[in-house]
Write a protein that binds this ligand. Structure first.
Ligand SMILES: [Fe+2]
Ligand SMILES: [Fe+2]
Length: 308
């Protein structure tokens, strides 16, 4: 079975010609299955425009959304409705099955998956560079779409090692190195979406959802392929970043709960994911993992062949 995979298309007006070229390469690959592992665009409308570029691609077309696909410009955020209804509907409109709605079996191979979420477990524990003091800061959306900052009650200046799940949940960080002016890093999801539930709970529910799909396909296939948008194994986040801004963003990479759930599938051979914007194929715990990102200038679709 030949699978062609892409992730993180981020199709806006500027990237549209690039995504169209990627779609042409996908069409030329003539694979049995196309997998898009999330972040087609910002919001449902852009996601639909991206999916439309894959018209005419033969075989089975599967997708999971990414965080960006759920983004909205204005409140009230209807994140759950967008995730459960709007995204699967726009996928179906363009001939894609949204895996979050349920597994798909192609021949002897079952495809299970869901977008996933982050729980800050992949945060960078070691300080990015030198002596840094950091302060978590609450980031929220103010009237007129402006970003608002407010102090986190009880939060004090700390070293990098003082950053835990609670601090990351504030979604912003201020730091000052040496005599440089203070800098701020923001994780933008809360400005565009709201699960009305802590992130870790969303990640755990996604893992549970994948587990249920695995139960559904058990005994009906000889091999399983998992698909997530968020990073499913801590091993895939084991690089060290020097820039505080980038190191901060690592907390939002994904959740090891996703990988744990996937590993329960008998015959799991391949896991396709995205969100890191770093294309890479690597074996983790006996499973081939593929970050199918096509965000880099030279990135082309991944062609993955399962044999036997
Ligand atoms: Fe992305
Ligand atoms: Fe993403």
């Amino acid at each position: 079975m030949r699978i062609v995979a892409v992730a993180d298309l981020h199709c806006d007006e500027k990237r549209r010609p690039r995504v169209a070229a990627i779609a042409r390469a996908v069409r030329a690959a003539e694979a049995d299955v196309l997998v898009i592992a999330g972040d087609c665009g910002d919001g449902v409308e852009q996601a639909g425009e991206a999916l439309a570029l894959f018209e005419g691609v033969g075989g089975t077309r599967l997708m999971v959304p990414g965080n960006h696909d759920l983004w909205q410009d204005a409140t009230p955020f209807e994140t759950r409705r967008i995730y459960e209804e709007a995204i699967p509907a726009v996928a179906a409109e363009h001939g894609f099955h949204c895996l979050d709605r349920g597994p798909v079996i192609v021949g002897e191979t079952a495809f299970v998956g869901a977008m996933g979420w982050y729980d800050y477990e992949m945060r960078q524990r070691e300080a990015p560079e030198g002596d840094l003091t950091v302060t978590p800061i609450n980031v929220s959306l103010r009237e007129g779409g402006k970003m608002g900052f407010s102090a986190v009650p009880g939060a004090a200046e700390t070293g990098w090692e003082g950053l835990g799940p609670e601090e990351y949940a504030a979604n912003g960080l201020v730091w000052q190195a040496d005599d440089d002016p203070p800098q701020v890093a923001v994780w933008s999801d809360p400005l565009h979406l709201d699960w009305e539930q802590p992130a870790a709970e969303v990640a755990a529910a996604m893992a549970q959802h994948i587990r249920a799909q695995i139960g559904e396909v058990a005994g009906r296939c000889s091999r399983v392929v998992g698909v997530t948008h968020f990073v499913p194994f801590a091993e895939l986040a084991d690089y060290h970043l020097q820039s505080p801004r980038h190191a901060y963003a690592k907390a939002f990479l994904g959740s090891p709960l996703l990988g744990e759930a996937l590993l329960e599938a008998e015959g799991l051979e391949l896991v396709i994911y995205g969100h890191r914007h770093r294309q890479e194929v690597r074996e983790v715990r006996g499973v081939v993992t593929a970050d199918a990102a096509v965000t880099g200038g030279d990135d082309m679709p991944l062609l993955l062949t399962l044999t036997g």
